[in-house]
Write a protein that binds this ligand. Structure first.
Ligand code: HEC
Length: 156
């Protein structure tokens, strides 16, 4: 074998190696989800799907504390409560703690709040969270014909 042949073979071997390196293992599953010929297909890798499912486990529910009947509403105690206006402070604190553990298990309250001033709307995440709370409430109150008694939650 001369040098030229050797180089050609090496290049071919490298090409095959690169081609195989691009393959996913195990091979992805392809499921047809629309009409034939419309290319509506779901391509999923069972290994990555299992990883995703493990990451999306529900955190354990927090114990709901019983509030005495004269517990004040959060909107009367705090300065800037616009959506959760019907929750008393115990329910409100429960909601905040739950939110922190679902959404930001590492950063906790800091993810949405300036700890010096909880009423401030300076963090984008707080503004978005408020819109999400308002949306969930709107869907569950005004769209019952559609969501029935099941309703929607953050997990929807
Ligand atoms: C995912 C975002 C998010 C996280 C995490 C979060 N909050 Fe909130 N918090 C909000 C939103 C949104 C409001 C405003 C609710 C409204 O307008 O009805 C709020 C309001 C408050 C208020 C009222 C402040 C005022 O004076 O108006 C307090 C107090 C509060 N949160 C405490 C906490 C605590 C304590 C934690 C951590 C355990 C926490 N929050 C975690 C989004 C969050």
């Amino acid at each position: 074998m001369n040098n030229r042949q050797l180089v050609t073979r090496l290049a071919a071997a490298l090409g095959v190696a690169l081609l195989l390196a691009g393959c996913e293992r195990p091979p992805p599953e392809v499921k047809q989800i629309g009409y034939r010929g419309t290319a509506m297909e779901l391509v999923q890798n069972p290994r990555l799907l299992a990883e995703l499912a493990a990451k999306n486990q529900l955190p354990p529910a927090l114990a709901q504390l019983e509030a005495p009947p004269d517990t004040p509403l959060a909107k009367d105690v705090y300065q800037n409560v616009q959506v959760l206006t019907d929750l008393n402070v115990v329910e409100f604190t429960h909601q905040m703690t739950a939110q922190a553990s679902w959404i930001a298990p590492e950063q906790q309250c800091v993810y949405c709040h300036n700890l010096e001033n909880f009423a401030s709307d300076e963090k984008y995440t707080k503004v978005v969270a408020r819109r999400m709370l308002a949306m969930t409430r709107d869907v569950n109150i005004n769209w019952q014909a559609h969501v029935k008694q099941t309703g929607v939650t953050c997990y929807t």
